[in-house]
Design a protein around this ligand. Structure first.
Ligand code: DAH
Length: 343
């Protein structure tokens, strides 16, 4: 037997014990194109005496196939071992982190729904600035300058000189946008006005110094309280469900006459009385009324010819009722574990 064949057979037997680096080196040492021992043997076949050539050639080719198979097998075994090592120390029972996906804020969800319902009734969106004058926020809306109604709002004034329309302040409600829209003079008007408002309130379970309102306004010839009731009852059923009952209670706002508050049957107990509705079976949802003639006149509109209705609501309150959120601060603490639950 050719001496190289014996040596190569021994090397073949050792392949299954080689490490990754050794395996690389052995591959070169045996099958390398330039210096491989088996390659050299195969190249030298032509120089062998004819009677050896056949037997040695057959054996050398078999060895080559065996080496190739042995290297492949060892390589796969080492890769599998490395894979297992990478998982060592990993706790597969640990809860996963989940993929982060954004979600809409509960107040945004309510705002979007409210504006969509009114859009379906032909209302268009209007907005105004958060810094307003005393005239737009109060006086044009028929708040007398010395009237206790002004105390309904604890106002954040911005400082600086008073302009022709009084001091500047952070708007305490979205109602000044009514004045802005009406002053433009394009009638009829049907607008829905979402926006941020500010009050000098404590930040507690039911108050926030910064919160949201949605205002609505419709002004045209021949608008009556019937239009107000039908529109807002439709809205309540669209938002809370077709079986929702509504009731209107007399109220007071300087900018509407008559004024009312609308309640809907409690969505939690269905009207039987529970902790959420304080046993009454009703939830207050919005303030509303017929636009006060003085407000129309303040905006250059003839109150003899035109009438209208207005309403205002707080989406925070609606979101809290809808989702059973007990504390308004939860909406503004920015805890994503909480806020991510609503959609
Ligand atoms: N602006 C009122 C507030 O902040 C809410 C309101 C009540 C708006 C009645 C209206 C309305 O347009 O008609 O408390």
């Amino acid at each position: 037997m050719h001496p190289a064949l014996a040596r190569l057979a021994e090397r073949l037997a050792r392949v299954p014990a080689l490490g990754a680096a050794e395996l690389e080196a052995e591959h070169v040492a045996v099958l390398g194109r330039k210096s491989g021992e088996l390659t050299a043997l195969l190249k030298s076949l032509a120089t062998l005496p004819l009677e050896d050539r056949k037997a040695v050639g057959a054996e050398a080719n078999r060895l080559r196939a065996d080496f190739e198979a042995a290297f492949e097998r060892r390589k796969a075994a080492l890769a599998a071992e490395a894979g297992r090592a990478a998982w060592r120390g990993v706790d597969l029972t640990m809860p996963g982190r989940g993929r982060w996906t954004g979600s809409r804020h509960p107040v945004t969800l309510v705002l979007d729904e409210v504006t969509a319902i009114f859009r379906g009734l032909g209302f268009v969106r209007a907005t105004g600035p958060e810094a307003e004058s005393e005239w737009l926020n109060f006086l044009a809306l028929n708040f007398p300058a010395d009237h206790p109604a002004m105390d309904m709002h604890d106002t954040l004034y911005l400082g600086g000189d008073a302009g022709p329309e009084g001091r500047m302040l952070l708007r305490t409600h979205t109602s000044p946008v009514q004045v802005r829209v009406l002053r433009e003079g394009a009638l009829p008007v049907r607008v829905i006005i979402p926006g941020t408002v500010y009050r000098k309130d404590p930040f507690d379970a039911s108050h926030a110094p910064v919160f949201t309102q949605v205002e609505g306004l419709a002004v045209d010839e021949g608008i009556s309280f019937v239009d107000l009731k039908a529109t807002l009852a439709h809205f309540a059923r669209a938002l809370f469900g077709g079986d929702t009952a509504v009731r209107f209670r007399p109220s007071y706002f300087p900018f509407t006459e008559p004024s009312a508050e609308m309640d809907v049957s409690c969505r939690i107990c269905g009207g039987n009385g529970c902790a959420a509705c304080k046993g009454s079976g009703w939830m207050e949802i919005l303030g509303c009324g017929m636009v006060h003639p003085t407000v129309l006149a303040n905006c250059g509109i003839d109150p003899e010819r035109y009438t209208g209705f207005a309403f205002g609501m707080g989406p925070e309150r609606i979101a809290m009722n809808r989702f059973g959120i007990p504390d308004i601060r939860q909406l503004y603490d920015g805890d994503m574990r909480f806020l991510g639950q609503f959609g």
